[in-house]
Design a protein around this ligand. Structure first.
Ligand SMILES: *Cc1c(COP(=O)(O)O)cnc(C)c1O
Length: 337
């Protein structure tokens, strides 16, 4: 199978598996797992933050961040396409007791003006706005990336209004590689960042939340409350360390392949539009002969898996388990449709 459904489908490479097997481990709830401590420190330092917290999923790092930054009854500002709203099971309401101000940005990217307009006045009728959460890259925006200057402009607004600023950086390395950014600059802008190791980086499990020492101390308590305290999880943290060492630069290959795939799709008359491809995600809007469900079935006949994302959108995600030969076969198959 050639699996474009998500960049979560990757399997550990032999090098990653060997590194995992050799990892020193201990009881992380006692703070004694050397591999987890090392992953948390490496990730925090990379992003110019003081501390890190290893969690089983990106949903958990996001939810812990939201819980830690807010009080029940507060409001969280995010884009309508954001993962924290679309794909985390209503956790903002359930875990943090917060309401959401949903804004319509540009392919999931919010502007300082929109955020400013979304902040509630100090008024007894309104929930107090306490957190702004951004996503980079934006999954439902087709892997769209912010310009770093927008983050700085947004930070000015959140500082003025004493709001916390969180980044869902599930695919932050795709943005960093695409824009040629220095990761440590992110620490100057955001109060917390969630970083997935199990997406394009190719680790089997895990995300790291980074922030100040004080923030991570509180977040560690919430992780325990959420049932996310793990024991000898250094074996999986080691996969993350390996991924940070070996799988960042190669993301540019996925980005180049995404453009090749887009070029094949855009030629078809059943493709009305392909969202601008910036990173590893290709979202095509279909018309005529195929809808997303029927195209997914048709491609599956040739062993190609894609994801029907909405009644009009089909999504292909590039990742390290898609070989050049597989991409070639996919493009050939699309050309013949
Ligand atoms: C995948 C993803 C997450 C986290 O997902 P998990 O499956 O819980 O690790 C968070 N945000 C975005 C944008 C994602 O794509």
């Amino acid at each position: 199978m050639i699996d474009f459904r998500s960049d979560t489908v990757t399997k550990p490479t032999p090098g990653m598996l060997a590194f995992m097997q050799a990892a020193p481990v201990g009881d992380d709830v006692f703070g004694e797992d050397p591999s987890i401590n090392s992953l948390e420190n490496i990730t925090a330092a990379m992003f110019g933050m003081e501390a890190g917290l290893f969690c089983p999923s990106g949903t958990m790092t996001n939810q812990i961040a939201i819980k830690t930054h807010t009080q029940a009854g507060d409001e969280v500002i995010c884009d309508e396409l954001s993962h924290i709203y679309q794909y985390e099971g209503g956790g903002i309401a359930f875990n943090a007791g917060c309401s959401v101000k949903l804004l319509q940005g540009d392919r999931g990217r919010l502007s300082p003006e929109l955020i400013f307009a979304g902040i509630n006045a100090d008024d007894v009728h309104k929930p107090p706005t306490s957190l702004v959460s951004l996503e980079n890259t934006v999954n439902r925006g087709g892997g769209s990336c912010y310009d770093f200057s927008s983050f700085e402009a947004i930070k000015k607004i959140t500082d003025q209004h004493k709001l916390a600023l969180h980044l869902d950086g599930a695919r932050i390395f795709n943005a960093i590689v695409h824009k040629g950014e220095a990761p440590h600059n992110y620490g100057r802008v955001f109060d917390s960042i969630s970083i997935c190791l199990s997406k394009g980086l190719g680790a089997p499990v895990g995300s790291v939340l980074v922030g100040s020492k004080d923030f991570i101390k509180k977040a560690r308590r919430w992780r325990k409350v959420f049932g996310g305290g793990m024991r000898q999880a250094g074996f999986i943290a080691a996969a993350g360390i390996y991924a940070l060492d070996h799988h960042i630069e190669r993301l540019s290959i996925d980005h180049t392949n995404a453009i090749l795939l887009k070029d094949a799709l855009i030629n078809k008359e059943f493709v009305k539009e392909v969202l601008e491809v910036e990173t590893n995600i290709v979202i095509a809007i279909l018309q005529g002969k195929y809808n997303p469900t029927s195209l997914v079935s048709k491609l599956a006949e040739s062993g190609i898996l894609a994801y029907a994302m909405s009644p009009t959108q089909i999504r292909f995600v590039l990742h390290l388990d898609i070989t050049e030969a597989q991409l070639g076969k996919t493009i050939e198959t699309i050309n013949k449709l």
